[in-house]
Design a protein around this ligand. Structure first.
Ligand code: ADP
Ligand code: MG
Length: 698
């Protein structure tokens, strides 16, 4: 019944059906049922004309039309109707459909008018109000919670405005009975969390009796949405732990101990110790580890990963670490070689630019087991790369993999290695639970001691001279400076012009031979880029002008000033990532955000957030609130975007409840075979049918 094509609903013919499909994605009765109102309005209360004091707050009036008049010519033509109630008069205005309105409205008849007043030259008027003769309005049974639906110009032209949707839904509920809608949550769960039955919730969302029933209905639907995303992810985790055997690292050997006692130049932070413990518990359990390690830039994730790799090697296994870029892989290699000095470990690197000869040697070394740590880029997952006994994989992730891609990666071997994923940027807890909901997570929430927090300042264009002065001061002290320009695909040409212009301006201010400036951007060849990077790394240049190509990973402790140009054009997580390039040495570091004068509300919030805090988790929460999950990488395959009511920026508590509930069910019945769990199994496969890319997961 609910799969019936929408054109068979009374009041909808083929034409309106087509429009509903195109404009609102409504193909079936069910789609319409799930087309939720975005708010409800009270249509039982009346205002009076005299009591209108505010713009934009919708009002309902009862009165008569005293007269009508067309004003203006052609495009500017509009219908003005004088509307009077007991307290005064107000203009009703139509800019579109004025002829039709003029023919429909009758002078002297009593109408109910509903709309938002706007103020114009000290008087209020209402443009495009809903207007019904009182007799019709009474037939429509006004309620205190009348649903308001989104519509579009094209739908409105076919008579499906908000009121039109309301009528369609009323019609739909006339023929929909509770038994048409399968309950997908068990009685037990519903009573535990006091969840409304599914049919009741759907009805109450559209046509609530009161505030309480509306809230209960919204809660039920949000819970359901989040519950099934979590059930799907946690089941994936369960299936993995039940069907996949993991290598057991039973001992702590000499490599780990020697490193810890002789080579480690500092104390581990409490957070690092805790995470190493968590990982050790995993790799000793006999199950395959799938763990996400989150932590701010510079919190010491790489070191944790290295120590776990040593543990694996002590137990006779090979290890590898995959980085998002070649520069980063090289940097990991340098770090590792430094840390591992004097220890009997064989380390190698494989990237896209390895020569054929190097490649051959490395492939042989991996196959024989001689190479114990292999670093590299995506080149590592190529089929030709065959290990003798790979036991531990670290993925240093820039672009977040979707659940499905990770599942594929894990299936690469018949006996899969333990997998540790490190994220470059912290993400909000709710998003982590959804994007990485199938993984166990560890958080490094503590920076190594002695770091001076980066000072962040916001300058506008008039302070540019002050900026130059500050840069000179810092360079005088022996520091180096990054100057970063945005690079957005759509305005690439203009961006390069800005970058070049900025470079030229800097050259005038910072003249050779006293000052040297490097420039790095995407249009340079890899060799040119590398050359310029090296000059900066060696300290031959004091200023590095760049696009965001330097965003990821580069570690130059002597660079302690980050200047960001056109800050308003960067996203928050990108700003945070860029700022993370400084603050890596012992010196006080600075981040200076340059911007124009006129800033939108969102830009202002982003800049204020950057100035206020350096906490990546806090920043990610603000980012989620500003952008919503849709714009955040990796959300496409996660099911986040299918959420209709639940909001990851606001519904953290419901998400946690739903996740706990799903976990409990799976702990008892991981295959969902018990009779009481039949509904879940059914609903998951129903979702798989409708989202084919999900059926491949797990
Ligand atoms: P991340 O990978 O999280 O960005 P890194 O592991 O690269 O962080 O660590 C950043 C810097 O801090 C490195 O120079 C590293 O050697 C150093 N470091 C890591 N752990 C500690 C610690 N416990 N105490 C002092 N310095 C540390
Ligand atoms: Mg790092």
């Amino acid at each position: 019944m609910l799969d019936t094509p929408i054109e068979y609903l009374k009041g909808i013919g083929p034409q309106r059906a087509e429009m509903l499909q195109k404009e609102a994605g409504i193909f079936t009765f069910k789609d319409l049922l799930f087309y939720f109102p975005f708010r409800h309005v009270d249509r039982t209360k009346f205002f009076t004309v005299r009591s209108i004091t505010e713009e934009s707050v919708p009002v309902q009036l009862k009165g008569v039309i005293e007269g009508m008049q067309m004003q203006g010519e052609r495009q500017a033509k509009r219908l003005i109707a004088k509307f009077r109630d007991n307290t005064g008069t107000i203009d009703l205005v139509w800019f579109k459909g004025h002829n039709w309105m003029a023919s429909k409205l009758k002078i002297g008849v009593e109408y109910v008018v509903y709309g938002k007043p706007t103020e114009f030259k000290g008087r209020f008027n209402i443009a495009h109000p809903e207007i019904d003769a009182v007799s019709d309005w009474e037939k429509d049974k006004p309620t205190a919670f009348q649903p308001v639906y989104n519509s579009s110009e094209k739908l409105k032209a076919k008579g499906i405005d908000s009121a039109g949707f309301r009528k369609l839904l009323k019609q739909l509920f006339l023929s929909t009975k509770p038994e048409h809608i399968d309950e997908n949550l068990s009685d037990e769960l519903r009573s535990d969390f006091k969840l409304m039955p599914r049919f009741a919730a759907l009805y109450q969302i559209h046509f609530p009796e009161n505030q309480k029933s509306l809230e209960a209905a919204v809660f039920r639907i949000k819970f359901e949405e989040l519950f099934f995303v979590q059930l799907r992810l946690l089941r994936l985790n369960k299936i993995r732990t039940h069907t996949v055997k993991g290598f057991v690292f039973s001992k702590v050997g000499s490599l780990f101990n020697d490193f810890f006692n002789k080579n480690l130049p500092f104390e581990l932070t409490g957070a690092q110790k805790r995470v190493i413990k968590e990982i050790r518990a995993d790799v000793g359990s006999g199950k395959q580890m799938h763990r996400l390690m989150q932590g701010d830039v510079g919190s010491g994730k790489t070191l944790v990963a290295l120590m776990c790799m040593l543990l694996a090697i002590d137990n006779g296994y090979q290890t590898c670490m995959m980085a998002p870029t070649e520069i980063l892989a090289q940097q990991h290699l340098a770090t590792f070689l430094e840390f591992l000095k004097g220890l009997p470990v064989t380390t190698a690197i494989l990237t896209g630019s390895s020569t054929a000869k190097e490649r051959k040697l490395i492939l042989a070394g991996i196959a024989s087991g001689e190479i114990q740590i292999l670093l590299g880029t995506h080149a590592l997952i190529e089929d030709k790369v065959v290990f003798k006994n790979l036991g531990f994989v670290v993925i240093d992730e820039q672009h977040r993999f979707g659940v499905e891609q990770r599942a594929r990666l894990a299936r690469k071997n018949s006996q899969p290695p333990h997998i540790l994923i490190m994220t470059a940027t912290p993400i909000p807890r709710t998003l982590a639970m959804t994007l990485y909901g199938d993984l166990d997570t560890s958080v490094i929430d503590e920076l190594p001691p002695g770091r001076k927090p980066i000072k962040t300042m916001h300058f506008s264009e008039s302070q540019r001279l002050r900026l130059f002065g500050f840069m000179k001061e810092q360079i005088e002290l022996g520091r180096q400076v990054y100057v970063v320009y945005p690079l957005i695909k759509e305005s690439e040409k203009l961006d390069y012009q800005n970058l070049q212009q900025g470079h030229d301006d800097l050259l005038k201010e910072f003249q050779p031979p006293k000052y040297q400036i490097s420039i790095v951007h995407g249009k340079l060849s890899n060799e040119q880029k590398e050359f310029e990077m090296q000059r900066f790394i060696k300290g031959e240049t004091q200023i590095m002008v760049a696009t965001t190509v330097i965003e990821v990973g580069v570690n130059i402790p002597n660079a302690s000033v980050m200047v960001i140009e056109s800050t308003e054009r960067f996203g928050l997580s990108q700003l945070h990532q860029l700022r993370g390039r400084v603050g890596r040495g012992a010196d006080q570091s600075y981040c200076i955000l340059m911007s124009g004068y006129k800033l939108g509300q969102d830009s202002r919030t982003r800049i204020e957030t950057m100035v206020r805090t350096t906490d990546g988790f806090e920043i990610s929460e603000v980012d989620l609130k500003l952008r919503g999950p849709g714009d955040i990488e990796g959300t496409q395959q996660s099911g986040v975007l299918d959420l209709k009511l639940a909001d990851l920026a606001k519904d953290g508590q419901i998400l946690q409840m739903a996740r706990n509930a799903a976990q409990q069910i799976l702990d008892e019945d991981h295959e969902l075979k018990l009779a009481k769990n039949a509904a879940y199994q059914g609903y998951l496969s129903y979702q798989n049918k409708n989202r084919p890319d999900w059926s491949k997961v797990g």
